[in-house]
Design a protein around this ligand. Sequence first.
Ligand code: RB5
Length: 143
Amino acid sequence: MKNIIIGSDHAGVELKSFFKEYLENNDFKILDVGTFDVNSCDYPDIAKSLANKMKENSIETGILICGTGVGMSIAVNRFSFIRGSLLYNNEVAKLAREHNNANVAIFGARMFSKEENLEFLKTFLSTSFSNEERHKKRITKLD
Ligand code: RB5
């Protein structure tokens, strides 16, 4: 069973439930940092909570969702141990893992259908970092 942490604001709460159903059926142990209803909330609070809990619990992979994915991308990438990537097609989902070793997958719930976003997530989760020197060097330079 693989640990995964997930969070969304109100715009992403429905997609979060959809993702959780898939993850539960595919042997993931999920830590959900909210939000848990459609009442308006602020994406920086959720991104911060996900980053802190990811570190505390040594969880390697995270998922964040908001309306566009942009707010969550800006917010979560303020944490130096996070490489968050907004996923907007399957190619990006694959390359974000292979080249960037992204550890947080970010989604725009209002930009794509639930099914399209799930395809991006599946690609992200099933792809490994290439481990090639040129990519390792670039990632090291981020610090
Ligand atoms: C919420 O209405 C929306 O602004 C938020 O989910 C997100 O898209 C921000 O980047």
